[in-house]
Design a protein around this ligand. Sequence first.
Ligand SMILES: Cc1ncc(C[n+]2csc(CCOP(=O)(O)OP(=O)(O)O)c2C)c(N)n1
Ligand SMILES: [Mg+2]
Length: 360
Amino acid sequence: MTDSELIQLLTPEGERLAHPMYPLDDSEVDLKGLYRDMTLVRRVDTEAISLQRQGELGIWASLLGQEAAQIGSGRALAPADMAFPSYREHGVAWCRGLEPEKLIELFRGVSHSGWDPAERKFHLYTIVIGDQTLHATGYAMGIQRDGADDEAVIVYFGDGATSQGDVSEAFNFASVFNAPVVFFCQNNQWAISESNERQTRVPLYQRASGFGFPGVRVDGNDVLACYAVTRQALRAAREGQGPSLIEAFTYRMGAHTTTDDPTRYRIASELETWKLKDPIERVRVYLARSGQADSGFFEKISAEADELGARIREACRAMPDPAPLSLFDHVYAGSHAILDAERERFAAYLDSFESEGASR
Ligand SMILES: Cc1ncc(C[n+]2csc(CCOP(=O)(O)OP(=O)(O)O)c2C)c(N)n1
Ligand SMILES: [Mg+2]
């Protein structure tokens, strides 16, 4: 990769750059707001990791290091656009106005994704790698057939997902039907313990040309570049120019999930290199140096983050456990013979504890 291939508007040192194809004036963007978003979602993330460590959550997929990719692209969405996440898009969820408590509910295992995707314009988390690219493409083709030219779709997936057939199928369908969908690949360089080299022989953004649509690589730790590039891609999709691929080049700073131990497969120096490219720190440096924010602003955001952390913790601990049998209520819309039999069996099992006061 040459530097000219990487779209960047804010360097790791906090230096502001211009890009001929992605003009973005500071007045067009609420940079203090982006700083606030990134700081708060990072706090949600660290709080959730602590909650998992204390046995309050079953698992958590950390977004650490990917805040700029998610907030930059998430804030580029227009209200009518539809987003399809994978499972670590907590920053995009934030931009869609989803309370972090909803994500906590899911990872605590007390709800089956407790939000309405249509209302939030944010689809359910998808664990099956790459599946959501097909859902998004189908949705985009639906928009197209409805004649809605003020809506676009964005779909998030990882570098590892590009090894799935579903993603290639989605690329091809989107291209052939000129579907209004932006493929947003957060290349965090790891698919659990498999490195990038095990996923691809070409830079991922170059895959797009083989399917017949444009692909770009953006500095995924640069919130301004992610914002500018995504805004333009969504606009092109709405205008009927079809799909595009954005490869946000970033790094998964934490473990794959709280059940993973990355020290078993990657070297510490790699992490140290990426720490210097932190997505939040460069915005802080630029805001302070350009006089757009003073220490009072940063202190206020920090205090707000503490309050949010406390709020989530309290909400998490207060979440009621669902009745065990309610699990069966959400599998099918109607009754189903096999499921009914399983329900009966489980009810009988629970009843065997009745003397000890177990609830159904
Ligand atoms: C179809 C499928 N195969 C395997 C898995 C197990 N799995 C969960 S996460 C993951 C790695 C995904 O890596 P990537 O797409 O880079 O996303 P990241 O976790 O880095 O955000 C795998 C293989 C799965 N969830 N679905
Ligand atoms: Mg990955």
